[in-house]
Ligand binder design. Structure first.
Ligand code: 9WN
Length: 415
């Protein structure tokens, strides 16, 4: 085992809080949804039992309506804002009231195939299916095939330029005082701006006033974006769930999932914009395309077998974005007005995004582009350690250190 893999395992052990893994100490002291799914895939390489525990602990936070929330507050901590007192959710286990990209089912299939336990897989499959149905019921009530986010935090790409136009409509006034803790842990110029935080909390207050009822939230939401990245991840989750449903001899469920997958596949394809060489999200308040140039536009690689012309256009465009950078893949197109190479989701490279794009490039028969991205992520981590993300221009490791999903990504990519 190389020294970096040994260090990655040490990080996951150090961030263990009792069967679940915090993203990093202090900055993120709870269990986060998509972080845990990536971490579970890391554990699956050497400790399948522990990998199951990670998903099971996350599923403890599942709501009666099927949503798996973006944070589960297993134990109190005063190093993060907003905590459970701000969320005011009705769930018996304290959680946030919004969700995050559904990587869970993708991880579950990996665990099951890593020599998993049928009974444990089946219980988690049932949780994943309930969440899958929730996505379509609560976040695509009109049956378009694309799922909408009601809060930027649901994307996992919190302050991405993708939200700038839609978020500008959200007032900065809040009933809850905004008492940020993040800027006490890492430099403020690596984090979302204060105005973003005010809008994030305005949205939390708005949905808490709806009693976290999905129908009322859908009616009241001042922010509603059908996100191409989340939808692409949902489709991959749907593909993996369908495989599991057939393995578990649940043909009716498999057919139900397959029909949802078909609808979503068609809806994603309709979001291809040849003049941009990207797929686009849709702002459901204005009806307009989200044209901001972010990594999300390439994520359909992950779950569609695209036509050769589309794949070639994407690979050429991705090359333009990466040219001259020390670390790929940038989360915003370099040189555009929104591009900020150190500020969180406005430019930096993230190992988990690389991981998803690499899987997508492999699926679409682009081994050279996948290998280049893989080398870039591995070199960045070996040079700078397991940082939350990397400045693509200088290569500097930024944000929180000893970061769980960077450790998991390294193990998977270095395999
Ligand atoms: C809000 C934990 C999470 C990630 C997100 C990332 C960041 C939280 C924050 O940290 O978001 O959910 O407070 O900034 O944007 O992708 O899951 O690592």
């Amino acid at each position: 085992m190389n020294q970096h893999i040994a260090e990655a395992r040490r990080i996951l052990a150090a961030n263990d809080r009792g069967g679940y893994t915090v993203p990093t100490d202090r900055l993120y002291p709870f269990q986060w949804n998509w972080d845990s799914a990536f971490v579970a895939m890391g554990f699956a390489l050497y400790d399948v039992e522990r990998a199951y525990r990670e998903l099971e602990r996350l599923a403890e936070g599942q709501w009666a309506d099927g949503m798996i929330p973006h944070i589960v507050f297993h134990q109190p901590s005063d190093t993060y804002f907003p905590g459970p007192a701000v969320w005011r959710t009705p769930n018996p286990v304290p959680t946030s009231g919004i969700t995050q990209p559904p990587v869970f089912a993708i991880a579950l299939r990996k665990l099951h195939e890593a020599g998993g336990d049928r009974a444990r897989s089946l219980a988690l499959y049932e949780a994943a299916l309930r969440w899958h149905r929730w996505w379509y019921r609560a976040r695509d009530p009109d049956g378009t095939g694309l799922v909408a986010l009601l809060h930027p935090w649901e994307s996992g790409s919190d302050n991405s330029p993708a939200w700038d136009v839609a978020l500008a409509r959200v007032p900065t006034t809040t009933a809850t005082p905004v008492a940020r803790k993040d800027t006490g842990h890492v430099s403020a110029d690596m984090r979302p701006r204060d105005a973003d935080y005010h809008r994030f909390i305005h949205l939390v207050d708005t949905y808490a006033d709806c009693g976290w009822n999905p129908i009322r939230q859908w009616q009241k939401a001042p922010f509603k974006v059908a996100d191409i990245q989340t939808t692409a991840i949902l489709l991959k989750a749907g593909e993996d769930l369908e495989v599991l449903a057939r393995r578990f001899d649940r043909p009716a469920e498999a057919d139900e999932i397959a029909a949802l997958n078909d609808r979503t596949r068609r809806a994603i394809l309709a979001q291809w914009r040849p003049q941009l060489s990207r797929f686009v999200s849709r702002d459901l308040v204005s009806g307009a395309d989200v044209e901001a140039a972010t990594q999300a536009g390439f994520m359909p690689l992950l779950s569609l077998d695209l036509d050769r012309a589309i794949v070639e256009a994407i690979v050429a465009e991705m090359k333009v974005w990466s040219d001259g950078l020390k670390v790929a893949f940038p989360t915003t197109k370099p040189g555009t007005s929104a591009w900020e190479p150190k500020r969180y989701w406005r430019g930096p490279a993230w190992a988990i995004i690389d991981w998803l794009l690499i899987d997508g490039l492999m699926r679409n028969r682009q081994p050279a582009a996948a290998a280049a991205l893989r080398r870039s992520a591995i070199a960045a981590i070996e040079a700078e350690g397991f940082a939350e993300y990397f400045d693509p221009v200088t290569g500097e490791g930024c944000g929180g250190l000893g970061f769980s999903w960077t450790a998991a990504a390294y193990m998977v990519l270095a395999e």
